[in-house]
Design a protein around this ligand. Structure first.
Ligand code: NAP
Length: 251
């Protein structure tokens, strides 16, 4: 019987892994999406959508579906799901690997100020009104209402759900990957003074960091949360090898 695998996804890494294992007869994967995006990209493996209902719900799911391995390939800032994965897999006795995207590292010409969270980022913008490019999760945008003196341009995949958004906010709905020249043009045309970003890592959204470097703009970088993890793996290839190590041979 193929190894029954649950992949916690919603990221480029999860989609890459799904493509690599689609059709692999040693594995029987299910990709899980939180359901945040109204029209997620089609996936080549069976997919389920929606929360599990906390740690207990996840444990029930693992048992009901007879899951034998879990890969946590959620976004670096999705720390709740990762905490649930660690606790749920421990409770159900299921091995867990965490596919972690390496962080971006500071280049000599980068003008980064690293802060702990979105609130600290809003405070780091200072008292003087500035034109700010926000590149973060939609659940963080409302936090910038504590610094209403700034003009914000927020690029998001979908609109924020929260009330109480900053008064001078323009939304730009777009999904990466983004190109470096286009990012430079956007920052120039919008006369951006400062970029606020998460340290997402990966190539798809790195162009804005390069564009800020070229233009000499400061970046307020929101540090990653300390995410609980299983066995840490940094690329999809190694993750397939880990799964094959658990899978029965000759299926
Ligand atoms: P989160 O704060 O860690 O999770 C909140 C809750 O959403 C979890 O407790 C769980 O609900 C549900 N959930 C999260 N990921 C799930 C998944 N893959 N499958 C089923 N349920 C899931 O996560 P988040 O920041 O809301 O992110 C949600 C999803 O969007 C993740 O899959 C993540 O990879 C993706 N994503 C997030 C970001 C980001 O900035 N955080 C960026 C890009 C993509 P229950 O407790 O009910 O199980």
């Amino acid at each position: 019987m193929p190894l029954r695998v649950l992949i916690l996804g919603g990221t480029t890494e999860a989609s890459t892994l799904a493509r690599k294992i689609a059709g692999d007869t040693r594995l029987a994967p299910i990709l899980s999406l939180a359901g945040r995006t109204a029209s997620p990209r089609p996936q080549p493996i069976p997919t389920r959508v929606g929360g599990f209902g906390g740690i207990e719900g996840l444990v029930d799911f693992l048992r009901r579906e007879a899951i034998e391995a879990v890969v946590d390939a959620t976004h670096p800032y999705a720390d709740q799901m990762s905490a649930h994965a660690v606790a749920g897999c421990a409770a159900a006795g299921v091995p867990l690997a965490s596919l972690v995207r390496p962080e971006w590292t500071r280049h000599a010409d980068d003008r980064w100020r690293v802060v702990a969270d979105a609130e600290a980022a809003a405070r780091a913008l200072g008292a003087e009104p500035r034109r700010v490019f926000l590149s973060l999760g939609r659940q963080d945008v409302h936090v910038f209402a504590i610094a209403p003196q700034h003009h914000y341009l927020a690029r998001l995949i979908e609109r924020p759900e929260q009330e109480g958004l900053p008064p001078d906010l323009r939304l730009l709905q777009a999904r990466g990957p983004f190109d470096r020249d286009a990012e430079e043009r956007l920052l120039r045309e919008e006369r951006i003074d400062v970029v606020v970003s998460r340290n997402s890592g990966g190539d798809a959204t790195y162009a804005k960091i390069e564009a800020a470097r070229t233009l000499g703009l400061p970046v307020v970088m929101i540090a990653r949360p300390d995410k609980p993890a299983g066995k840490v793996i940094t690329d999809a290839e190694a993750c397939v090898a880990w799964l094959h190590g658990l899978a029965p041979r000759g299926v």
